[in-house]
Design a protein around this ligand. Structure first.
Ligand code: HCA
Ligand code: CU
Length: 444
């Protein structure tokens, strides 16, 4: 595949997500919490596949020279990407590189489609990280990028002043002025999460005005809980590329969650930003990610089951009369609905694992979930009329694998209701009834 042809032939959409779950996301301490540290090669292939099927066209990976393992995984991820080209078109794999020839050469060797290049430009970064002046940064980066361009004119190149929001605007301009004719995008990472929506809007406007021919990319950390609102503001101010991760995982408290951003753009009727994204796949992709972190989709993630779960008695009663009473947004469009979570021949083992463990309360491990999934997939084609896939799965788990549910006291079992019906439809009163769409969640 000729990458130069590819990028030139591609017309970027109004909003391009650059997913960095496999780079920034791997820097999340959540992976350390259960001694996982890195995604396995199989995890990476699954995440890549899910992102591409969701409609993401740009995926950021570590520079291959960070470790032998990362280098080997480039090949696997490229293979997964290549398998999906006929179905979904080309997806660009970008290497996150320091402005340093070693990183660049390693990225070129593995066939990266582009370089997400960065170097610190704030006073602190310059004093304590690399010690270069702004003049040196600009001059050296220019030289490096000119060299790259000579041999790789079609390579996608982004340049970021790391810690851009603690970099004075005129300092950023001093560096970016020297590079504007050479790069495809300028990044503006909010490395330590100091940006506010007002500051973001002002910065994006200033950069757009000064560099009308260079696209802008954002990367917002969540130290103040602003990573979502900052990304939203950036998009509305005309930023075209936003870096996100699944569930917003990343260094410290992470960055913008992909589905949270798209969900908010939908609510704010920014429909032109949503072209090509499979929004109904939002909840399933979050479940897949949560499962890899051995946790539930976090309650602060807007596209979560928690957002359709009602505990207060007064709320539950009103919800059963009409779901709009305590749910303002169409979460069903984002896949928080029985039909998306559950369960058919295409379900992956993560969804099966999640359903059996978190929704039904069975005690089971990953290996068992994989075995059950294989059996379920064989049998689901022969499902008898009147039996739901969920019932079949529960039957396999209970009767063939002998799985036990965790014993939950009745008063707690009855305490929480999840609403997994379309927001437009009226829910029926029911106990554990997958057909009615009202299920009780077992607390564990
Ligand atoms: C890092 C820092 C970074 C880089 C972002 C970028 C940040 O972990 O190397 O290259 O745009 O937040 O500044 O993630
Ligand atoms: Cu970051």
């Amino acid at each position: 595949m000729n990458r130069q042809f590819c990028f030139q032939a591609y017309r970027p959409r109004r909003l391009e997500i650059i997913d960095t779950t496999l780079r920034e996301g791997q820097q999340s301490s959540l992976l350390h919490d259960h001694h996982k540290y890195f995604f396995t090669p199989a995890d990476k292939q699954e995440i890549t596949r899910a992102l591409i099927l969701y409609g993401v066209k740009f995926i950021e990976l570590f520079a291959p020279n960070v470790s032998a393992r990362e280098q080997a995984d480039w090949e696997l991820i490229k293979a997964t990407r290549n398998e999906l080209i006929t179905q979904k078109g080309y997806t660009f794999l970008l290497a996150h590189v320091r402005a340093h020839p070693q990183d660049v050469e390693a990225a070129l060797r593995v066939g990266a489609d582009g370089l997400n290049m960065y170097i610190g430009t704030s006073d602190v970064a310059r004093s304590y990280s690399h010690g270069k002046t702004l003049e040196e940064i600009g001059k050296q980066a220019r030289q490096l990028i000119e060299d790259i361009r000579r041999n790789h004119p079609g390579l996608i190149i982004r340049f970021s002043g790391e810690d851009a929001f603690r970099t004075r605007e005129e300092d950023l301009f001093r560096v970016y002025d020297q590079l504007q004719d050479l790069v495809d995008r300028f990044g503006t990472p909010d490395t330590v999460g100091v940006a506010t929506p007002a500051l973001v809007a002002q910065r994006v406007r200033a950069l757009r005005q000064r560099y009308p021919d260079v696209a802008l990319e954002g990367h917002f950390h969540d130290d103040r809980g602003f990573s979502l609102i900052n990304a939203l503001e950036a998009v509305k101010s005309g930023m075209q590329y936003i870096q996100t991760t699944l569930l917003g995982i990343g260094e410290r408290s992470g960055i913008t969650s992909m589905t949270a951003l798209l969900f908010n753009l939908y609510i704010d009727r920014e429909y032109d930003c949503l072209e090509g994204y499979h929004l109904r796949g939002s909840y399933p992709i979050n479940v897949m990610m949560a499962d890899k972190l051995r946790k539930l989709v976090p309650s602060k993630e807007p596209v979560s089951l928690t957002n359709r779960t009602h505990a207060a008695g007064v709320h539950q009663k009103a919800m059963l009369n009409h779901s709009a009473t305590y749910e303002a947004f169409p979460l069903d469009q984002f896949g928080v609905t029985e039909s998306e979570i559950l369960l058919g021949p295409l379900s992956g083992w993560n969804v099966v694992h999640y359903f059996l463990r978190e929704i039904c309360g069975f005690a089971l491990d990953e290996a068992t979930a994989r075995q059950i999934t294989a059996l379920f997939k064989q049998r689901v084609y022969d499902l008898q009329p009147g039996t739901s896939p969920a019932a079949m799965l529960i039957d396999i788990a209970r009767n063939e694998f002998g799985l036990q549910t965790v014993n939950v006291p009745e008063e707690f079992r009855r305490a929480v209701k999840q609403n997994l019906t379309d927001t437009s439809a009226q829910a029926e009163v029911g106990e554990v009834s997958h057909a009615s769409g009202v299920i009780l969640r077992s607390r564990r």
